[in-house]
Ligand binder design. Sequence first.
Ligand code: NAD
Ligand code: TDX
Length: 361
Amino acid sequence: MNDAILVTGGAGFIGSNFVLDWIQQRGTPVINLDLLTYAGNAANLQTLEGDTRHIFVRGDICDAPLVKSLLEKYQPRALVHFAAESHVDRSLVSPDTFIQTNVFGTFTLLRQAHEYWNRLTGHEREQFRFLHVSTDEVYGTLDEHDPAFSETTAYAPNSPYAASKASSDHLVRAWHHTWGLPVLTTNCSNNYGPFQFPEKLIPLMILNALEGKPLPVYGDGLNVRDWLFVGDHCTAIREVLERGRPGETYNVGGSSERANIDVVTTICDLLDEMRPNAGIGPRRNLITYVTDRPGHDRRYAINATKITHELSWHPLERFESGIRRTVAWYLDHLDWVNNVRSGAYQQWIEHNYAERLGTER
Ligand code: NAD
Ligand code: TDX
């Protein structure tokens, strides 16, 4: 075993931020296994071109022989698992790939990691970790006055996406309980920041507002999410990987609860300031209330006491400065935006919003 780590989904939003951060902070090799679905983008890792510490492998986490051969060849000291289908709205239209990648894919990684770990001995066996990156959506939904989710909150996933992630969390737990595989699970709230695919709320709103398009707010706009800047999530994962206790789960959150409508108006005001455009007028006028997402969870909030107490982690970025940074990043990276807006993405966005915008209220 050497000091390399195997990362899955490292060309996606959080995974690519993590790979860049890891190489900068730790400098040890990263084997990056990613299928490059619509959400994966090798361009996120362009700054690592020619850097021998980054080895990119295009492949599927459901491909057991491939996973086995990567573990044998590179002998990583850890596996950090980001790869997933991640968009709730897509899971409502075509849940199949969510079950395949999120459930069967995680199972495949666990089985191969278990066999690999079984062959290790001594310090190398003790050192190995399997870190599973998961979500707060496994806990279901909160009302306004409910306490935030803690690690002991019962699972109650409401969407096919959340149910597939909950299933994968249970598999990870079982591999620890039954065989002692040294696993760690993080359950994190909504991330935002550079490289997020423009189907998710914040980049979608930035780009639509920039272009003077309608800003589709689901339902009454009062659903609440707990926003965390992606860099803070990457730090949390690094800390849990290096100092977390095997078999434990850690909730990660931003202590930044915001109603969706407040997030959207903030983006409008920032763009009015950073890109004044007389033709468009005040961008708040673009806000369009549309049919709600079926089964839409009302509120997510994270109690991050455990990771704060055990690992001294806390978010460094405040929402007000993080969202400003994020808007500026998208304005500076319109080439990246054009690249990810492939034909497949266009078809999806048209399908998703044609119906909703037809039912404006
Ligand atoms: P993303 O959709 O941006 O990226 C997913 C990546 O996984 C892509 O690069 C894609 O190509 C890859 N992938 C998909 N299927 C694959 C397969 N079968 N084999 C190999 N690679 C495959 O997702 P994200 O937002 O970066 O989320 C990463 C992880 O973090 C996910 O597990 C997600 O559930 C979790 N998470 C996300 C958030 C959030 O706000 N985005 C919050 C908490 C947890
Ligand atoms: O066009 C939109 N209009 C709107 O009102 C979109 C795309 C979203 N919304 C609402 C739905 C949610 O209440 O904004 C909120 C955020 O939506 P998403 O960006 O789709 O995120 P969410 O459904 O909260 O899930 C995200 O956080 C948890 C990630 O996509 C998941 O991968 C992560 O696990």
